[in-house]
Each structure stands twice: as structure tokens, then as C-alpha cells.
Design a protein around this ligand. Structure first.
Ligand code: KIV
Ligand code: NA
Length: 277
């Protein structure tokens, strides 16, 4: 398969071929996703909750994101590699934000960064783009806005909220973003934003009318420890498979059937004979 670039995603939108996207936080998951031919791999800051056990995405640092992004980079050949900028890394000055984004490019090989927020981020998106860093926008339910939203709630359910989402999407596109993630909004709203947008729109909990879909890898495989949100589909139950494997290991060690002789190393025959003397 060919290397995916921002142009590939745009061509997909224009030819109505759905874009596939998933998160990955480490080497093996990134290899699986890349080898499956998924178009875009996101080192999402959801890793804070999903892989590091934090109770929101707010605490994760640039250094923690970089550590995971570098592991993912070593695995990815085909997909477009996007890294989330964590909370605090783009909320102070534009200079600090550009410097942090440059770290993701230089130290982790990110091909784009993703930042949450609408029209208020337009000028930053312009500055990052001028610094040769492609940007993916993210609006709707933005987990880094947890304290402002007062919980993870579906967004864009009133006329003013819908109007501001449409304006946010237009501002993000106008600022030069290469794509836009829509999270946790009614499908009707996502359909309107997608139809109006000239850039690819990738949905999560935003219904089927977006240009593509993204899910969290661990949600897809039931590797989380909470019931999934309404939009999560468990495409395979790796959690159940792993629990079963763990039980088999536990009992095989306890009943001395693991390891067996074929799973053990042996001495060369002459050494064995010498020992036996
Ligand atoms: O962090 C993440 O996984 C994300 C996707 C859900 C879009 O931002
Ligand atoms: Na994220």
C-alpha cells in the first residue's frame, strides 16, 4: 500500500471513499493497525486514560506523549502519523505551542499534530501551518475541555451550539488545517459540517455521514475496563481472549504442565553424559 499523505485523505473525501483511522500508543498495536491498511494512526492523548490509568486526559505531559509517539513511529510505514498535543502544550503562548509541536515532529516523526478547539485556535493553526506542521482540528466533545463542559457530554444539541460548531469548522479549515475530527455530536450536525467542509472530516460518536471514522484501539478490541460509550462497537473481544489465555497460563504453571520438555533447553549429549558419570 502507498504512503498516506494529507492529499490522500483529501482525495478520499472527494471520491467518497471512507477514511479509516485508529489510535495506537505502542509498537505492537501500531504495527497491527498499519499492516491492516488503516489510513491514519493517531497517538491520541486518550492514552492518558486508556493506557496510563489517569482519570482524564488533562495530566498527560509532552514527554509522556513523546515516549509513546516514538514507539508508534518505529512501527508505522503506510498510515499518516498524527500526534495529539496534550493539554497545556498549546494553551499559553503561540511560541511555546510551536516549540512543542516541533518536538513532536523532530523527536517522534509526527506528520501532523492535532489540537482541540474551534475558532479560538484558528490563529495558532495558521502559525503551526506556517511552521510547516500540518494540523488536524478537533471540535465537539473535546475531552481537554472537561472542566468547562462539566463532564463528557454530547455537544451541539441547540441551534446556537450548532451554529458555533459550523463557524468553528469553517475557521479551522480557513486557518489551513488538513482535516477535522468531530467528536460526540448529533449525526445531523456532523452531516452538515461534513457537507460544508472542504477538508476531510473524521468522526467519532458523530454518526455515519462523516468522510471517515476514528475509534480508540482499546475500545474496538474490548480492552477497556468500563462499558463503552454509545458509539463504541466491539469489533473483536481481545479482552475475553486475554482473560482466557491468562487462566490457561495460571493453571498450566500450577499443575506443572508448563513448560514441558519440548519447551526446555537441553545439554549437548557429551556434557549430559559427563554429568551423569
Ligand atoms: O485521544 C484520542 O484518542 C482522540 C480521538 C478519540 C479522536 O482524540
Ligand atoms: Na485526543
Amino acid at each position: 500500500a502507498q504512503k498516506v499523505t494529507p492529499q490522500t485523505l483529501l482525495d478520499r473525501k472527494r471520491s467518497h471513499q471512507p477514511i479509516t483511522a485508529l489510535t495506537a500508543y505502542d509498537y505492537p498495536s501500531a504495527r497491527l493497525v498499519d499492516e491492516a491498511g488503516i489510513d491514519l494512526i493517531l497517538v491520541g492523548d486518550s492514552l492518558a486514560m486508556v493506557a496510563l490509568g489517569y482519570d482524564s486526559t488533562l495530566p498527560i505531559t509532552v514527554d509522556e506523549m513523546l515516549h509513546h509517539a516514538r514507539a508508534v513511529r518505529r512501527a508505522v510505514r503506510h498510515a499518516l502519523l498524527v500526534v495529539d498535543m496534550p493539554f497545556g502544550s498549546y494553551h499559553t503562548t503561540p511560541e511555546a505551542a510551536v516549540a512543542n509541536a516541533i518536538r513532536f515532529v523532530k523527536e517522534a516523526g509526527a506528520e501532523a499534530v492535532k489540537i482541540e478547539g474551534g475558532a479560538t485556535r484558528a490563529s495558532l493553526i495558521e502559525q503551526l501551518t506556517r511552521a510547516e506542521i500540518p494540523v488536524v482540528g478537533h471540535i465537539g466533545l473535546t475531552p481537554q475541555s472537561l472542566n468547562r463542559m462539566g463532564g463528557y457530554k454530547v455537544q451541539g444539541r441547540s441551534i446556537p451550539a450548532i451554529e458555533s460548531l459550523l463557524a468553528d469548522a469553517a475557521a479551522i479549515e480557513g486557518a489551513g488545517a488538513i482535516a477535522l475530527v468531530l467528536e460526540g455530536i448529533p449525526r445531523e450536525v456532523a452531516a452538515r459540517i461534513t457537507a460544508a467542509a472542504g477538508i476531510p472530516v473524521i468522526g467519532i460518536g458523530a454518526g455515519p455521514d462523516c468522510d471517515g471514522q476514528i475509534l480508540v484501539f482499546h475500545d474496538l478490541f474490548n480492552l477497556t475496563f468500563s462499558p463503552g460509550a454509545k458509539f463504541v462497537r466491539r469489533f473483536a473481544d481481545a479482552g475475553a481472549l486475554m482473560r482466557e489465555g491468562l487462566q490457561h497460563f495460571q493453571s498450566a504453571v500450577q499443575d506443572h504442565s508448563f513448560p514441558n520438555d519440548a519447551e526446555s533447553y537441553h545439554l549437548p549429549i557429551e556434557v549430559a553424559e559427563h554429568l551423569a558419570e
